[in-house]
Design a protein around this ligand. Structure first.
Ligand code: NI
Length: 160
């Protein structure tokens, strides 16, 4: 079991910073993967990116249908199809945004053993991967809101 870390919430600036690639998967990264996993589970999340716990490094975790995923330096090498769905984010509580994303992706990166892997994903898992990769680029779900929803969000605050 890893530690439960504090989840950074919008408008924390760290969520807007780009993340650095990791050079290798060493003890620090393995530990951080574990902590991110515990933190995600503790909040009943299905995905989490390192900037959400205040660390601007390219590390993401996901957990859907018992499929656990730890990936460093994830990069989309193929994206196909379109799919629209409402998404939430642990860093932007109380907000759901309808977002169109690719339906099928191939993402390459390093797994927890430091091996280069390619992950084929579709549907929800593809969506999670794209959402978490957005975090590594400082992008949040609110950036996908249309103009009127954005204005309402800015005026009324995130919990209304
Ligand atoms: Ni998120």
């Amino acid at each position: 079991m890893g530690k439960i870390l504090k989840i950074k919430k919008y408008p924390d600036k760290i969520l807007r910073e780009g993340s650095r690639a990791v050079e290798k998967i060493a003890e620090t990264e393995t530990k951080l993967f574990e902590d991110m996993f515990s933190t995600m589970r503790n909040s009943s999340g299905i995905g989490l990116a390192a900037p959400q716990v205040g660390i601007n490094q390219k590390l993401i975790v996901a957990d859907i249908d018992g499929q656990l995923l730890k990936l460093a330096n994830p990069e989309v090498i193929k994206a196909e199809g379109k799919d629209k769905m409402e998404e939430g984010c642990l860093s932007v509580p109380g907000v759901l945004v309808n977002i169109e994303r690719a339906y099928e992706v191939v993402v390459k990166g390093l797994n927890e053993n430091g091996e280069l892997v390619e992950i084929k994903a579709r549907g929800l898992l593809a969506r999670i991967l794209l959402h978490e990769i957005d975090h590594l680029n400082g992008k949040l779900i609110i950036d996908y809101m249309n103009f009127f929803k954005k204005v309402r969000f800015k005026i009324c605050g995130r919990n209304k």
